[in-house]
Design a protein around this ligand. Structure first.
Ligand SMILES: NC(=O)c1ccc[n+]([C@@H]2O[C@H](COP(=O)([O-])OP(=O)(O)OC[C@H]3O[C@@H](n4cnc5c(N)ncnc54)[C@H](OP(=O)(O)O)[C@@H]3O)[C@@H](O)[C@H]2O)c1
Length: 332
């Protein structure tokens, strides 16, 4: 049975957003996915029963469209964020002013509960624009919406992620994988399903109101260990090439120039290199935040999930372990 409550999800068409929408739908909530291009988000509708998932046109840079998207909602999740600036999409425009617009508008509309997705590394003193604007966005959300919950994930993994897939794909063609800054930066990868579950729990758990959670998986790995894990999983041998930070900065500049070409995404930016200078683990910036365990979530490991979708980067894909005759019999 459908519940009466309607939840608006900004960024519901994105990687993490799709899992949040699916989890809300699974629990019977009505969901309004706010996206700039609803015509490209029809694939979300089958995640619920007919009529359960609506699509609404909204851009965080246009307050009237945000107001229309939150009208009648009892809860809001805001997942909008960018990893690099392009066109009119700026870090401060989306992650700071856009975050404030959502929180203010939700408060004015009488929305009861707001979950804002930030990131580990949110720090007003961060050397990166991404980290600074995430911190200023959190502050703006707290000022505008009483009792908002902030979630800060480490890097997020899942079938459509942009980290494990990117380096596994690179390893198919490149003779070496780069170890930015020597590969010593530490990460605590967290499963996208766990982040989605946390977002939905935080919406409805009164104990979560006003708190900032840091979301990490069960283990911490260096960048180098993650590259080794990817290569082991896809059964490829590649050189791991240390790239000192100054050289990585130059690569980042090249990436930004490439990103100016039509339909090309920058493979690296100088801002991302700045981010890589700090560990991306729970408690890295300031300690004492509640975590997934405080929401009663038992975090998945990369070992139990990532091989299931990196298998396609092996030579032979899912048939890598089978001999030709067995494959032919299975297909017959
Ligand atoms: N992925 C990670 O590893 C990771 C780690 C830590 C934190 N986070 C944070 O988690 C959030 C979600 O990340 P993600 O990986 O799911 O990102 P994503 O796949 O890039 O999705 C971003 C979403 O933002 C929406 N969006 C972009 N510009 C917008 C605008 N002007 N107005 C309205 N919506 C806009 C996009 O929707 P349309 O294009 O359909 O409008 C898209 O749904 C972000 O805030 C990110 O910083 C992610």
């Amino acid at each position: 049975m459908l519940r009466d409550e309607m939840i608006t999800v900004f960024g519901g068409s994105g990687f993490i957003g799709r899992y949040v929408v699916r989890e809300l739908a699974r629990q019977g909530y009505r969901v309004r996915v706010a996206t700039r291009r609803p015509n490209l988000a029809y694939e979300l509708k089958p995640m619920g029963v007919p009529g359960q998932i609506q699509l609404a046109q909204a851009n965080l840079r246009n307050k009237a469209s945000v107001a229309r998207a939150v009208e009648g909602a009892s809860g809001v999740v805001n997942l909008v964020g960018i990893l690099y600036e392009s066109g009119g999409q700026t870090f401060s425009g989306l992650q700071e002013r856009g975050a404030r617009t959502v929180a203010e508008t939700a408060s004015e509309a009488g929305v009861k509960t707001l979950v804002h997705i930030s990131a580990i590394g949110a720090d007003p003193d961060s050397p990166s624009q991404y980290g600074q604007t995430k911190a200023r966005g959190e502050r703006a959300v707290r000022e505008a919406f009483d009792g908002a919950t902030v979630l800060r994930p480490s890097i997020v993994f899942g079938a459509e992620d942009a980290f494990f897939n990117k380096f596994a794909d690179m390893a198919r063609f490149a003779p070496a994988l780069p170890l930015i800054g020597g590969g010593k930066t530490r990460f605590q990868p967290v499963f996208v399903g766990d982040v989605a579950e946390a977002a939905v729990k935080a919406l409805f758990d009164p104990a979560a109101a006003g708190r900032t959670y840091e979301l990490g998986g069960p283990s911490v790995y260096t960048f180098k260990q993650l590259m080794e894990f990817i290569l082991r999983t896809i059964r490829r041998r590649r050189l791991l090439l240390p790239v000192p930070f100054p050289a990585a900065g130059a690569l980042g500049l090249l990436g930004e120039i490439a990103g100016k070409l039509p339909f090309v995404q920058p493979f690296l930016t100088r801002d991302q290199v700045e981010l890589l200078k700090s560990d991306n683990v729970v408690g890295a910036t300031d300690e004492g935040h509640p975590t997934l365990a405080d929401l009663g979530i038992d975090a998945e490991t990369i070992e139990s999930v990532v091989p299931s979708y990196l298998i396609r980067y092996r030579k032979g894909g899912q048939f890598a372990d089978k001999d030709y005759e067995t494959v032919r019999e299975t297909r017959a």
